[in-house]
Design a protein around this ligand. Structure first.
Ligand code: KG4
Ligand code: ZN
Length: 348
């Protein structure tokens, strides 16, 4: 089976082709970083315009890289939520159009779900249950995954996502967007000379699996404004604080639910310190750790194609052409769309 998938939830236009036996045949990512850099963050209207401009070129490139003809595609998958709505609408409309002209099924994929299942693209099997730590520019979440489509949301950020805070701290340090990878690099040359807060790290009550990073962001920016610390030291101090919170809560979640596997997903899972501390801590606690290769950590359509393939094989769920993109929708709730939207079977 051949699936063509589309990802346009933020500032990357991506199209991939996945073959059920041969794996990823192509995964083209057109980055808009240069466009957004002068704004210091993603400018939604520009992002949507860029998706519109680039979409068909990316489709064409993905088909050529995979060495297949559009007519050979058996199904189309697309990210439909969550994300910047005007960006999502471009990819969803493109995917609908392709599904329509080919008269093939259209499979919706949740962006966070796709980040999680990116971990299994190159593996033979998925061992359930596992805890998923999702860390990206828009999300910081802990999810108990009992099976495919059986998700329990344990907690998430009460304010800023960890990737967003990385980018804002980087901006205050005068670094380019996206700042996450630069802070990661700088921190290797610095030391933890400033002790920054670890928000909610010891919370035993309702915030046990929630995160709050805006206090850490403000405290870091205050230290930057004093002008007495090296950039490298600020980077190391901030990164140590953020990583400590992420690791502690992930390991706590595994223990609380007696789960032996931890899966990490999203752009910030490319972070070297997070990878290093998680590897050490999971080894100590006897937890199997899975982190995708770097090229599958940040936004890409290969993860959407693979998750779409799993959905089609396991549930056969597809949607009709009236289905819509959503800006927000929690991972444990998105299945509702299959009930409210007209499914292809009931539509015919
Ligand atoms: O998953 P992603 O590509 O897009 C969203 O869905 O948000 O994540 C992008 C985020 C950005 O905030 C970026 O700064 C961060 O991931 N990021 C990193 C690293 N690489 C990317 N943050 C920390 N360390 C990194 N090495
Ligand atoms: Zn993402």
């Amino acid at each position: 089976m051949l699936i063509l998938a589309v990802e346009s939830s933020c500032d990357d236009t991506s199209v991939a082709v996945y073959h059920s036996q041969r794996g990823i045949l192509s995964n083209v990512v057109s980055s808009q970083v240069k466009v957004h850099q002068e704004w210091g963050g993603v400018f939604p209207e520009l992002a949507a315009r860029e998706h519109t401009r680039n979409f068909l070129f990316v489709v064409d490139r993905a088909l050529k890289d995979a060495n297949i003809d559009l007519k050979e595609i058996d199904a189309v998958a697309t990210t439909f939520c969550p994300g910047l709505i005007i960006s999502l609408v471009v990819g969803v409309s493109g995917a609908k159009t392709i599904a329509y002209i080919l008269d093939k099924p259209l499979i919706p994929v949740h962006h966070i779900e796709a980040h999680i299942f990116a971990n299994f693209i190159r593996k033979e099997q998925i061992d359930y249950p596992f805890i998923a730590l999702v860390v990206s520019g828009g999300h910081t979440e802990l999810v108990l995954v009992r099976d495919f489509e059986d998700y329990i949301y344990l907690g998430g950020t009460l304010d800023d996502a960890v990737g967003e805070v990385y980018d804002k701290v980087a901006r205050a340090l005068g670094l380019e967007f996206p700042g996450g990878p630069i802070i990661d690099r700088l921190s290797k040359e610095g030391k933890e000379s400033v002790k920054l807060p670890r928000p909610l790290i010891h919370d035993k009550e309702e915030n046990r699996f929630n995160f709050s990073f805006s206090g850490l962001k403000s405290a870091t920016i205050r230290e930057i404004q004093k002008g007495i610390y090296l950039k490298e030291d600020i980077a190391a101090s901030f990164q140590n604080a953020a990583v400590e919170v992420l690791v502690k809560k992930s390991v706590d979640a595994c223990q609380e639910f007696n789960v032996k596997s931890l899966v990490v997903a999203g752009g910030v899972s490319a972070n070297s310190r997070l990878r290093e501390v998680l590897t050490k801590e999971c080894k100590k606690q006897g937890i199997n750790l899975s982190i995708p290769p770097i090229y599958l950590c940040t936004d890409n359509a290969a993860m959407v194609a693979y998750t779409g393939y799993l959905r089609y094989m396991k549930t056969g769920r597809t949607v009709s052409y009236d289905f819509e993109a959503l800006a927000k929708c929690r991972i444990d709730r998105f299945k509702e769309i299959f009930k409210t939207s007209t499914c292809l079977s009931s539509y015919q």
